[in-house]
Ligand binder design. Structure first.
Ligand SMILES: NC(=O)C1=CN([C@@H]2O[C@H](COP(=O)(O)OP(=O)(O)OC[C@H]3O[C@@H](n4cnc5c(N)ncnc54)[C@H](OP(=O)(O)O)[C@@H]3O)[C@@H](O)[C@H]2O)C=CC1
Ligand SMILES: CC(C)(CO)C(=O)C(=O)O
Length: 336
């Protein structure tokens, strides 16, 4: 890696990609390029705007490069030190994430995952065995804004923090991988983003997925925030604990560090809801309402399959997974 400013490519300029592309750009520690899809024309011609209580409001953030695809980004002849994946974690999508990224991955590129879900590193290790994969649990809130005066943008809300670590590759040089992580964390901190660095990113990812398997799946199934579950029937508590306990049991059986109070804490947080709101909404609920692909495989599929592999009964995960896969299929094939 050169000691000049690193080149960063953000793949997916949505809620989270938008916030981190702006944060890194404002840090002035790196050159930020983006691969955008629906907002490509607007970002290319007019720049991007950010609304954030922590980073301030900015109307004209200009990225070093705005590309339609990684292939196009590669044709610019820029070598990327970090490629940040902030698209939805869709493990069954075609083309796969690896296929999208392949043109920009060189021998010095690190991949950074800013995504929910588990089992998302494995296909990348398989495709790019010599590449450092940095994996982050995202606590930041970000949502795409409608265009204002023709300028696309993003709103940052709630936290601005990551729990982040290397998902170490087999036979890799740990010191070298840690140095790549440290350099990335420095850039995020220079941009005023919080980072908690961990040596055990998988345990952290699974704690988050225990929450997502619970809240995201139920709110997507009912297309309403979590308050309506508890208002509808006292059985909602039993269903909640079943999902929380099945996912936690799988994670512990994998040898991960899941504190014993996790299920109760997550249940209490969901039951209490966000002050002044009707419980918790979720990204999967929004995707379901908007008829967009849902992160079913990364949030429910991997825990379900890991449970089956380890001989752990997961009947509730099986139910939620199957129902949401069918909803996803219906969205993808409206004429069926
Ligand atoms: N938003 C949040 O507050 C939080 C999100 N997360 C996680 O972060 C990840 C990102 O979520 P979020 O930012 O909300 O998702 P969004 O749907 O807002 O953004 C994803 C972006 O990726 C773009 N994209 C997808 N495929 C391609 C492609 N082939 N080429 C170019 N761009 C592409 C989409 O483009 P297009 O606009 O065309 O669809 C969209 O702009 C997810 O895993 C989510 O679960 C975690 C915590 C909080
Ligand atoms: C923002 C948050 C934490 C809400 O549960 C989330 O991870 C999601 O919606 O996917």
């Amino acid at each position: 890696m050169s000691m000049s400013k690193p080149n960063v490519l953000v793949f997916g300029l949505g809620g989270i990609g938008g916030v981190y592309a702006c944060l890194l750009s404002l840090s002035e520690r790196c050159c930020v390029h983006v691969v955008a899809r629906s907002n490509y024309e607007s970002v290319k011609t007019r720049g991007f705007r950010l609304v954030s209580p922590k980073l301030g409001d900015h109307d004209d953030i200009q990225f070093a490069g705005v590309w339609r695809s990684c292939r196009e980004a590669n044709e610019s002849n820029v070598q990327f030190d970090y490629v940040i994946c902030a698209n939805k974690a869709l493990l069954d999508a075609e083309p796969s994430l690896s296929e999208h990224l392949r043109p920009v991955i060189t021998s010095t590129t690190s991949i950074v995952l800013l995504q929910n879900g588990v089992g998302i590193e494995a296909p990348l290790h398989e495709s790019f065995p010599n590449t450092t994969i940095i994996s982050a649990v995202v606590w930041t809130g970000g949502k795409m804004l409608p265009e204002k005066n023709g300028i696309a943008g993003v709103e940052h809300f709630s936290d601005l923090s990551l729990t982040i670590g290397v998902d170490y590759r087999a036979n890799g040089d740990k010191a070298e991988e840690d140095a790549k992580l440290d350099r990335f964390v420095e850039m995020i901190k220079a941009g005023k983003g919080g980072c908690i660095v961990t040596d055990d990113i998988q345990s952290q990812r699974w704690v988050k997925v225990i929450w997502n398997a619970y809240v995201n799946s139920l709110t997507a199934a009912i297309r309403l925030p979590s308050h309506f579950l508890f208002a509808a029937t006292p059985f909602a508590e039993q269903l909640s604990m079943a999902i929380l306990s099945e996912t936690s049991t799988v994670a512990r059986a994998k040898g991960l560090n899941i504190p014993p109070e996790t299920e109760q804490q997550l249940f209490d947080r969901c039951k209490a809801g966000i002050p002044g709101a009707k419980g918790y909404p979720s990204s999967m609920m929004m995707d379901c309402i908007d008829c967009k692909p849902m992160e079913v495989e990364a949030i429910l599929g991997t825990p379900l399959r890991e449970g089956q592999r380890l001989g752990i009964p997961t009947p509730t995960l099986l139910t939620m997974y199957t129902i949401l896969k069918a909803v996803d299929l219906g969205r993808a094939s409206p004429d069926l």
